[in-house]
Design a protein. Structure first.
Length: 76
């Protein structure tokens, strides 16, 4: 998953149920900034990583002889 896709999925979670939705807030990026801030909090404060990408293999674990998958966002 791309990081921007994750932000778009978080956007509805950043809007209060009591808030009047406005097209202008979508257009000026207010909701996008809220979602991006939430994702930054999840990554930095909670130290949760993005889902692993199966295509990218960083190294082989010497003890278990298993591939170590890289946990990073897909390219935009």
């Amino acid at each position: 998953m791309k990081r921007s896709d994750a932000i778009k999925k978080l956007m509805p979670k950043c809007i209060s149920h009591f808030e009047v939705l406005r097209q202008e807030s979508y257009d000026n990026g207010e909701y996008y900034r809220r979602a991006e801030s939430l994702l930054n909090f999840i990554e930095k404060e909670l130290r949760m990583s993005p889902p692993p990408i199966n295509k990218k293999i960083k190294d082989i674990d010497e003890e278990t002889s298993q591939y170590i998958r890289v946990q990073e966002w897909e390219q935009e």
